[in-house]
Every structure is written in structure tokens, then in C-alpha cells.
Write a protein that binds this ligand. Structure first.
Ligand code: GLY
Length: 557
């Protein structure tokens, strides 16, 4: 009798504790047309990985200020059928003719214009190879099917929207330097107005070439010839060989635990996963959820001190793992965090210049992130970029491809800050074939009860935004809260806490200043977090997109 009861209880327990598959797919992206395209592909029988190809390709058409075929990105994948977790590194890489001093003038000073504008600023793109790899190795539909929505939108057009128009206005001086950039982004020589229909026929042709020939459609043949010809005509250094040899790399994610859940996140050449693990390991000594109620200023202070230490390590140790030895095991080990935590005082900020590191060391919102959960439980967390808004401003004639300016993510002169105020050391110096250090942090948080898929654009602030979103998840809140949360940020140097408007109340700010922190109130918000969530008990899913930027037209579905 007793045995039967035990069996019954076990059966009930295992039934109630078995994960319920997602009842419906969830997608959150930066543009409603991209989210719709993802669902269109799922409805055709594709999986989350096919949807990720479709979403990325549509974003490359409708959100060129943030990502595109001329850029790169990271795809963090979880395949439900066998539990495989991997990050596709489709990051741009330095051309073979690149060298460490290529952005210094004869006086040894960095020439910002070379680093940020025109074809010399561009690394060899990774996104097209990423799309092909994702489709071929993980998808279910053909590449042509996955790319069809993007080709259709590039041909038929999409309505210009405020963020798009603003990006063109800010880059107008560079766009006017290049006829093909004017053709791509201006209408009869003028900046488009909100509501104008934007068509990208050259980009549609390039997408069709990829749909037909896979990676050879971009990295070899007529498109490659046009990219190289245009680059060299305007002072760039790409060669056909650079394009032909570009490869996507499959990398093992950084895996760490915090508060009973497993975090799966971006490994180098992203700095995000290591920094996230370091910060969470440092913070694991305190009950932050309780502290949010009892002493919110102390919670912010301790979180900032964790940020400061992780960003110091970023600047000293991190770069492309194929070129530099990174002490990953040490940096993400809890004992290492114990050491970092030992120098944190409750009552005083630690000036960054007291931490051994580099001398000297924000902004940037022009990257994109999307999160997908499909009904099989496949997960995609993808952060894609062309670097700064509208990147180099340079479009190669006849291709519609906007070149990235990712070379600025290298340390053009070790010790000097880049566009995000980040400094890097020798580990991130320029070398041929090397990939620049990134902050992109696509992440899964996987617990026994639920799964979070999140990430955001935002340059150097990506990592702290993802941290704050994760802490909010642990506080018991859902994705709508993670994405809308007011944000604060510290990146070691400059030694200051940056606040979004109304991020912290005046009492908390006063208490931080009393501890010795310099607090800088910014006039603009940052980030564009897109997150999805799956409750494993009910099978319910949710998608949320940052209300700072969403239009309400369906960025989430
Ligand atoms: N381009 C921004 C980043 O990769 O962090």
C-alpha cells in the first residue's frame, strides 16, 4: 500500500514538474516587420533558427542604422532536440592589410574620421556568412524561403519611421560624400520624411544572390567584386581574398550559475559573458532582492562596484581568443570574485584609479537585439551590429551594402578610448584577421521553472543593461519590467555612474555621492532590450520590447 502511494506521489510529482513546451512562439525584435517575418517563417514550418535568419535579414533592410549585411553579430542558440548550446560568432574581422597603427597620423594621433567613416573603418562582414551557417546547420527551410520576406520588403518598401530618419540626419555629412550612400538613404537628394516609402532594390539583389548561391553569393562573384572595387576606390583596404576566407566560428558559450539558475551567455570575442559572470559572482554574496527594499542605495552602490571591477578586467584581459590568451577560467571563477569583492566597502566608492589597470578610459545605441522562443523550445538570442548608427556611412555601389565601422571596437591606440569611451589594451590591438572585442551579450537564463532570453544594443552599456535585466528577473519580475527598467551604468573609466533620466531618486543619488561616487545624469535614455520568457510549468510565453522605442505596431508577438 505504502509502495503504491509512493509510486503515485512520484508519478504526480514527475507529471507536475515536467516542463510544458511553449504554447506559442514568442519573438521580440526592434521592428514589427522583422517580428512579423519571424512568425511568417514559423507558420511555414520553420523553426526558431529559420525565424532568426528571417528576422536578421529583414532588420538589415528596415533598420540599417543598427545591423546589416555589411556588419556582423553573435547568435546564441539552444537546440531543444539535443540540448546543444552554441554561439555563432559572425563578428567582422580585420582585413589582411590591417595593421595596429593604421588609424594613427604622422604625429601618432588617432584620426577618428578614418576609424568611424568611409570604407577604411570597416572590418570584413560576418552577417551574410552567419545567415547561411544558421540556415544550413540549424534551420529546416531553404535559405531562399528564410530570406524571402527581406527580399520582398527591400523591393516593395517600408515606411520611414522616426529612428530611421533621425539616424540619416545625424550621418548626413558622411552620406553626402558617397553617391551610392545617397542613392540608398536619400530621396532625390533629401533626407526622407517619416512615412516615405523606402525601397532598397540593390540590397534586394544582393539578398537574392545570397539566397541563390549561399555564402558565394556575397563573398565571391559579382557582389564581392563590387564590394572590393568600391572599398579600394574610396581609400579602403579590402581584397577579394579577405572576403573569400571569412568564416563563421562556433564557440562554446560562457556558462555560469547564479541564484539556482544557469546563465548561458556570450564568450570572447565578446566581453559580455565574462563581465556578466564576474559581476554576478561578486554580487552573489548579498541578498539583493531583500536589499532592494531595505537599502536600495546600498544595492546600487554594490552593483556599481561589481560593474567597475568587471569593466577593468575587460580593458586589461579581453580580445579575440584566437589571438590572445584570455584567463577565462580564472575570470569567471567564484574564488576570483571573492578576491575582487574583498576590496568593496559598504560605505565608500573605490576610485577606479586605485584598481591596477590601464590609464584613462559612453554611448551608442546602434546595434540591434532580438529574442526568439519557438514551440519546440528552441531558443535564439541574437545581437547584431554595424557598430555606430549607420556605421561608416559608406555604401558600395551596386550592392546596397552599408559598410560597418567595427574597426573602432579595436584599440586603435591601446589606452585611448573608442566611440563608447571604452579603453582597451594590447589584447585588443589591431592585427590582420583578428576580430574586435565586443560588448554584445546575448544571454539565456535557464532555471527549473522558467527561461529568459534577453539582450540589447547600447555599446559599452550593453553588459550593465543585461545585468540589471537579469537582477530584475531574479527580483521576480517579468520581461515587460526587464526591458523598461530605468538604467544606471559604470564602466571603470570614466569613473562615474551614468543615469538615465529618472533612473534613481534624489535620496539614492545623495547616498551614492556621500559614498564618494560621481553621478552623471544623462539627458537621453539608452538601450533597446528585446526579451522573451517561457514559464515551464504552464507553457506560457511572453515577449517584451523596450517601451523607450517601440511603436506599438507589433515589435513583440
Ligand atoms: N559594436 C559594438 C559592440 O560590438 O560591442
Amino acid at each position: 500500500m505504502m509502495n503504491k502511494l509512493v509510486c503515485l506521489l512520484l508519478a504526480v510529482f514527475s507529471f507536475t514538474s515536467a516542463a510544458q513546451p511553449p504554447r506559442k512562439a514568442a519573438i521580440a525584435s526592434a521592428h514589427f516587420l522583422a517580428t512579423e517575418a519571424g512568425h511568417e517563417i514559423l507558420a511555414k514550418g520553420g523553426n526558431a533558427f529559420d525565424a532568426a535568419v528571417a528576422v536578421s535579414a529583414v532588420l538589415s533592410v528596415v533598420e540599417p542604422q543598427s545591423s546589416g549585411l555589411g556588419g556582423g553579430g553573435f547568435y546564441l542558440l539552444h537546440r531543444a532536440s539535443d540540448g546543444k548550446q552554441v554561439m555563432l560568432d559572425a563578428r567582422e574581422e580585420a582585413p589582411q592589410a590591417a595593421h595596429r597603427d593604421m588609424y594613427l597620423d604622422t604625429n601618432g594621433q588617432v584620426v577618428r574620421d578614418w576609424l568611424l567613416n568611409g570604407p577604411k573603418a570597416a572590418g570584413i562582414p560576418g552577417l551574410p556568412a552567419g545567415l547561411v551557417h544558421l540556415n544550413r546547420h540549424y534551420g529546416r527551410l531553404s535559405l531562399a524561403e528564410d530570406l524571402a520576406p527581406a527580399i520582398r520588403i527591400a523591393e516593395q518598401g517600408f515606411p520611414a519611421y522616426p529612428r530611421y530618419v533621425e539616424a540619416i540626419k545625424r550621418k548626413i555629412d558622411v552620406i553626402r560624400r558617397y553617391p551610392a550612400s545617397q542613392k540608398a538613404f536619400l530621396i532625390n537628394g533629401r533626407v526622407p520624411k517619416v512615412g516615405d516609402i523606402i525601397r532598397r532594390p540593390d540590397l534586394a539583389k544582393t539578398l537574392k544572390a545570397i539566397a541563390r548561391k549561399g555564402r558565394a553569393g556575397f563573398y565571391q562573384g559579382p557582389v564581392a567584386r563590387k564590394l572590393v572595387k568600391a572599398s579600394r576606390k574610396h581609400g579602403g583596404i579590402w581584397t577579394r581574398e579577405d572576403l573569400k576566407k571569412y568564416q563563421v566560428k562556433e564557440r562554446a558559450p560562457i556558462i555560469t550559475t547564479y541564484g539556482g539558475k544557469t546563465l548561458v551567455t556570450a564568450p570572447p570575442p565578446s566581453s559580455g559573458g565574462i563581465a556578466l559572470a564576474t559581476m554576478l559572482n561578486i554580487l552573489s554574496a548579498w541578498d539583493l532582492k531583500k536589499m532592494a527594499k531595505t537599502d536600495p542605495a546600498k544595492r546600487v552602490h554594490l552593483t556599481v562596484e561589481a560593474m567597475r571591477r568587471a569593466y577593468r578586467d575587460r580593458s586589461v584581459y579581453l580580445g579575440d581568443p584566437d589571438f590572445v590568451d584570455i584567463p577565462v577560467k580564472r575570470l569567471i571563477h567564484p574564488y576570483y570574485a571573492d578576491g575582487l569583492r574583498a576590496s568593496i566597502r559598504d560605505d565608500k566608492a573605490m576610485p577606479s584609479n586605485l584598481l591596477p589597470g590601464l590609464k584613462h578610459a559612453p554611448q551608442g545605441n546602434h546595434t540591434t537585439h532580438f529574442s526568439i522562443i519557438d514551440k519546440e523550445g528552441n531558443l535564439v538570442s541574437a545581437t547584431l551590429t554595424v557598430n555606430t548608427s549607420l556605421a561608416s556611412g559608406f555604401v558600395a555601389a551596386g550592392t546596397g551594402v552599408l559598410f560597418n565601422n567595427e574597426m573602432d571596437d579595436f584599440s586603435a591606440k591601446p589606452g585611448q578610448p573608442n566611440a563608447y569611451g571604452l579603453i582597451g589594451g594590447e589584447a585588443n590591438a589591431i592585427a590582420p584577421g583578428k576580430r574586435p572585442l565586443s560588448s554584445m551579450t546575448p544571454t539565456f537564463v535557464m532555471g527549473p521553472d522558467d527561461v529568459a532570453v534577453l539582450g540589447t544594443p547600447g555599446g559599452s552599456r550593453i553588459i550593465t543593461m543585461v545585468l540589471l535585466g537579469i537582477l530584475d528577473f531574479y527580483d521576480g519580475h517579468g520581461p515587460a519590467s526587464w526591458v523598461s527598467l530605468p538604467r544606471y551604468h559604470h564602466q571603470y573609466l570614466p569613473d562615474a555612474i551614468y543615469l538615465e533620466p529618472n533612473a534613481l531618486n534624489t535620496d539614492i543619488v545623495k547616498q551614492l555621492e556621500q559614498r564618494g561616487h560621481r553621478v552623471v545624469r544623462m539627458s537621453h535614455p539608452w538601450g533597446f532590450m528585446n526579451a522573451t520568457w517561457w514559464d515551464k510549468h504552464s507553457g506560457q510565453t511572453k515577449a517584451a520590447s523596450d517601451p523607450r522605442w517601440t511603436t506599438g505596431k507589433g515589435e513583440v508577438k
